[in-house]
Design a protein around this ligand. Structure first.
Ligand SMILES: [Fe+2]
Ligand SMILES: [Fe+2]
Length: 302
């Protein structure tokens, strides 16, 4: 007769990680519908993000703006970042659903994947309501980015999918950590950022683990191709983070704003420093190939 223990199969590292993430999620998750103060009217005395993260901070144009214009700009920029977040969350939800299609539902990783998708679904609703409360219109990525995303979410798999997820989450994470602690930022946005930072830390853990696991045994060509695909995805995400319409909606001269934002060394330095940890990880995973590095340089992430 077999003893009951004989049926207990030792869990793999991957399953142990997924189970830990599920436990952590059960202990601390948020319902933005109830946690965020949606009712208090927007107070225009606040910024939408830490001003240092504005695409125009540090430029001559920034100094020419009134404090009211600066605050309106950061509110529009925060809304644009939230809209880009929604766009990417829809991409990653679809990639994860495809990845776990018809897989073993008793596997903790399967259950974790569905938990993460549920998180992202709540996040996107939260970002949508947040952007509306900031008084912003629908900011959508450029047409070419929308179409590239449509292809990527339909075909990307394995390490390409999880490393791209990681890149988007890491870039957003560093910004949001600053904003959630910043008393100049409107309180409901700080709550949104806090919720996102807490829940995304689990997503990033999963994305790092999956990236490493899927790369095990990957050949040189596959690594090269996927490293470049991830870098291009990162470029598209970062260059579509702030829609140029934010400048018009903040009452600014769009061509001057676009010109000065494009040459803003302060903003490039903020991006580079925020991606230091991410680049270290990509390097250790073998995804910082020479062509990929060039693309990251173009995107000012390295
Ligand atoms: Fe999210
Ligand atoms: Fe996420």
């Amino acid at each position: 007769m077999t003893r009951p223990e004989a049926h207990v199969v030792a869990e793999t590292d991957r399953q142990v990680t997924a189970r830990r993430l599920l436990d952590s999620s059960a202990q601390l998750s948020y319902d933005p519908a109830h946690e965020v103060d949606w009712d208090t009217p927007l107070d225009s005395a606040f910024h939408g993000m830490s001003p240092e993260w504005s695409t125009l901070f540090g430029t001559a144009y920034w100094d020419d703006m009134t404090p009211e214009q600066q605050r309106e700009l950061t509110r529009q920029e925060a809304a644009s970042v939230a809209c880009t977040g929604i766009w990417f969350e829809m991409i990653l939800q679809q990639m994860m659903l495809r990845d776990f299609y018809a897989k073993d539902p008793t596997d903790p990783a399967f259950q974790w994947a569905l938990t993460e998708i549920a998180d992202e679904c709540r996040h996107s609703i939260m970002f949508a309501r947040g952007a509306a409360k900031l008084g912003a219109p629908a900011y959508r990525p450029r047409r070419v980015a929308v179409e590239l995303g449509r292809v990527f979410k339909a075909v990307a798999s394995g390490e390409a999918a999880y490393a791209a997820i990681l890149v988007a989450e890491e870039v957003l994470d560093v910004m949001q950590r600053d904003w959630m602690r910043d008393e100049r930022v409107v309180p409901f946005v700080r709550t949104i950022n806090n919720i996102h930072v807490v829940e995304e830390s689990r997503h990033m853990k999963f994305a790092r683990e999956e990236t490493k696991a899927r790369l095990r045994g990957a050949g040189l060509v596959r690594r090269q191709v996927n490293a470049l695909a991830v870098a291009i995805a990162a470029y598209v995400i970062v260059t579509n983070m702030v829609n140029r319409q934010v400048y018009a909606n903040a009452g600014l001269d769009v061509s001057r704003a676009v010109r000065e934002a494009g040459a803003n060394e302060h903003h490039k330095a903020m991006l580079r420093s925020s991606c230091a940890g991410l680049m270290e990880f990509l390097d250790s995973a073998g995804l910082l190939t020479r062509p990929a590095r060039l693309v990251y340089q173009r995107a000012n992430l390295i």
